[in-house]
Design a protein around this ligand. Structure first.
Ligand code: 5GP
Ligand code: ZN
Length: 116
């Protein structure tokens, strides 16, 4: 898939509107259009990576930046004290529907375990 065909690449490029809550040189975070909790933010790398499974060993710095960005989003959204869920859905069985790596940051309510 080229970046022009990818929904999240197009959000990163500003071609599709989204409510951006944080951005830096390597990541962008925006509100999920179908929130599953009072706070539901997606954190994505600017670079197109299909999923965690297709990430490469030399992308460790970027994956670390993605996790730290998710942490900062949670702090900025006021979730740090009560806690939150940070989720990566990977592939079909993982429930991934958008083929651009993203971390869901969900909070503002108590979460169940195990997930469905
Ligand atoms: P996945 O199922 O791939 O882990 O998560 C994809 C997420 O992207 C879903 O929670 C879905 O609501 C969200 N999503 C799908 N299309 C859009 C969109 O156009 N804009 C935004 N902000 N979120 C989207
Ligand atoms: Zn993409």
């Amino acid at each position: 898939m080229s970046s022009t065909d990818c929904l999240f690449c197009r959000i990163v490029a500003g071609e599709i509107p989204a409510t951006i809550v944080r951005s830096d040189e390597r990541t962008v975070a925006f509100r999920d259009v179908g929130p599953q909790a009072p706070v539901h933010v997606l954190v994505v790398p600017r670079e197109h990576i299909f999923s965690l499974e297709t990430s490469s060993d030399d992308q460790g710095d970027l994956l670390g930046a993605l996790m730290l960005a998710a942490r900062d989003v949670a702090r900025q959204e006021g979730l740090a004290e009560d806690g939150y869920r940070a989720v990566l859905n990977v592939g079909a069985d993982g429930g991934q529907t958008v083929p651009h790596l993203h971390v869901h940051v969900l909070g503002g309510r108590s979460m169940d375990w195990p997930p469905g």
